[in-house]
Write a protein that binds this ligand. Sequence first.
Ligand code: TRP
Length: 401
Amino acid sequence: MTMVDDPHGITTTRREIEYAAATLGDHLRGRLDRLCRAAGTADPEGRYRDSLTELLGAGADRPLSAPAPPSRVSDDHTPAEFSVTFPGGDRPRVRVLTEPGCGAATLAENGRLGQLALQRTARSWDFPLDPLRRVETLFFPAAPQGTFALWCAMELPATPGTPGFKAYLDPAVHGPQHTADVVEEALARFGCARAWPLLREHVAARYPDDDRFAFFAVDLGPWAAPRVKVYVAHHRFDLDGVRRVAGLFSERCGRQAVEFCRIAAGTDRFDRRPPVSCLSFTGGDPGTPAAYTLHLPVRDHVTDDGHARDRAASLLRRQGLPTGLLDRALGAVSRRRPVDGVGLISYLSLVQAPARPPRVTVYLAPEAYRVAPAQVRESRPVAILSRESSPRIRHAHPPAS
Ligand code: TRP
C-alpha cells in the first residue's frame, strides 16, 4: 500500500483514498477515521465506524455521484456534520450528526427510518431508548409537518467505550403555529414544566416572529447526566439580544457570550442565519437550565475558512487551549485549503455551565457535494485583486474523495 502525504499533513494510504470515492458512507467513514486519528480517539474494532454506517441509514450506500438527498443537516445537503468539542480540562471529543432517513419520500417514512437506525444502534451498544419513547407520540404523528423528522448524533468517548447518542426532533412537527405547544408538552414529559415560563417569556420572548423553537433533543446512552435540550433560533438578533438572553443565567454568562460573539462573528448584528440558543436540563434539577449554549453560524461572518479557522483558534487560545487539533481536524475533514471555500466550519459554539470552564465546539461540514466559493477579502489591496487571474467562483470539489 503506498503512503501519500496530503497537504494538511495527514498521512493516508492510497487504498483509503480509492475506497473513499465510491459511496457517501465511504466518504464519511473515511473522514471519521481521519478525524479520530487527528484527535487521538481509538476505534479498535471499527465499532464507531459501524455505528456511523447504521446512523446514515440508506444514505450510506448512496453513490457519491448521485444527486444530494434533501437533507438540511449541512448546507450542501450532505446528511451529516462532524464536530469537535474542546472541554477545558478534559480531552476533546469527536462527534457526528446524521439524518438516517434522508432518502425517504415522506417525513413519516424519514422518521420511521430514523427510529429503526436508532433501534439497531441501541441494540448493538445495549442502551435503552426510553427518553425517546416518552415523546414518541408527540414527535412521530401519522402525518408529520415541519422540516425534518429525526436527526441522530454520536459523541465518541476519549478512551474506547460506548459513545453517547442524541436524538433531535422538530418542534414544527404539528405545524409552525404549534411549536411552542409542542416544546411545552415535551418538557412536561420530562418533569421540566417549571422551565417553560423562562423559555417562553425570556429566551423566546420575540416568538413567533423572530425567535423560533428549532429543535428538541434528548440524550441516549451512557451519559453521566442525560439531558433534554431546547434550541431557539434568534432571527434578526444583535449583541444586546445575546447579552439579554445569556444574561438570564448569570451576568458572567452574558459577558462571556457577548465576548464569544465578538470574537467568532466580529460584528454586533446577526441578520443572516440566526444564532441559536440551547438550554439543557438534567434530572437533578429539571426545572432549572443546567447549561446555556450559543451557536453562531460563523460561515456567514467570514470570507473563507482560513478566516473562520482564525476565529476558532482565537476562541481556543482564550480558553488556554492549543490549536493543533483544530488544524488537524480541518485537514481530516477536508482536502481543500481552508482559504479555498467557505462553510467547512459551519458553526462555532460556546457552552457555559456553573462550576465548569466554558466549552468551545467547532462544527465541520463534510462538503460531500459542494464547496461554497470563498468571498473576496475586503482588506486585500485592489491593485492585487485586479492583477489576479484566478476565478473568484470556484466549484472547488476535488474529484470525489
Ligand atoms: N444546517 C442546519 C442549520 O444550519 C442545522 C445544523 C447543523 C445546526 N448543525 C448545527 C443548527 C449547529 C445549529 C447548530 O441550521
